[in-house]
Design a protein around this ligand. Sequence first.
Ligand code: EPS
Length: 389
Amino acid sequence: MFRYLTAGESHGPALVGILDGLPAGLRIDARAIDAALRARQGGYGRGARMAIESDRAEFLAGLRGSVTLGSPIAVVIHNKDFENNRALMDPLTGAGKPLTNPRPGHADYAGAMKFRQRDLRNVLERASARETAMRVALGAICAQFLEALGIRTLAYVTRIGDVAAADMAAVDPAAIEGSDVRCPDAEAEAAMIAAIDRAKAAGDTLGGTFTIRVSGLPAGIGSNRQPDTRLDGVLSGALMGMQTVKAVEVGAGSEIASAPGSRAHDTFRLDAGAVARGSNRAGGIEGGISNGQDIVLRASVKPIPTLMKALPSVNLHDGTAAPASIVRSDVCVVPAASIVGEAMVRLALTAPVLEKFGGDSLEETRDNMRRSVEASRALFEAVAPSSHT
Ligand code: EPS
């Protein structure tokens, strides 16, 4: 069974993560993990915290000579900002003036009710998106496992506020890396940056959307066996598990509700004797099972709830009307959220891929995958064998 856990407060000493169930024999490129961490820290519209941190994943267990042992992988990312907050956040002695005015849209109020906390800091420290740094590190490890099987992910920004990128059939990864908002549409990028500047000047924040594509995933991952085994549910649940995400779409998503059946589905045809599809509105998943086409997911991200022009709130300690607490924050996190979303998809895909192919070593997983894909191809010999991936 593949699983992972993270722990860590935003201004505590460190974030820690454990990844359990990856096979032995996978060579890990630590630089690629740190590159993903840098990407998460970047993006136009980020706040001052990002200038303090320079996130680096340090391995404590599970590797020898950069190769996985099949034992649990343990990772730590130190919070540099802990040194500025030791009196407030030391796990044994930390104390300070309580935060009292909940931010609409943040976990502050709901979390205070749940955990019976009078100091909202006791809620926000774990609710903060700071902990997504560890998800990105663990996701970047899973990416190396998936890539060893030929499965790749790509994440890019498709909307910031009311600026939408043009629909793109193919996306060049270099165009994403070269963009300050991780949007491969250069024209939209300039308008997105201007929108972030306007929001900042107004003391406001902006949300948006990002798209994740998965290529190289063979047909047959996920299952119609039970509701919780359906791949669309697994992947959208993982994306909804992010702080900022309020909606997830698979393929054509919500548009499908208004299309007639004749224009909603991806027809089959024969192309030089091979099975081909007319489109990919299903986003690569039918019946909760991957169908061999690219997986396409889109997530909608809410604007960050900490506004410099604070929203109306109440002081929960004295019962007066008061603006929401203002703490250091970002204007727009959509580019960073796309990196976190990619990590969530990488983590969420690893379990059903391992469930399908199994293996205690990478070699065994690869052998199983090769045999399985060949057997599926051989099922319909009347149709050209190369077509069933
Ligand atoms: C974040 C770290 C946080 C915030 C932000 C994201 O650091 P700090 O609170 O010290 O400024 O910048 O957190 C939130 C958006 C939030 O709502 O809590 C990060 O590492 O991504």
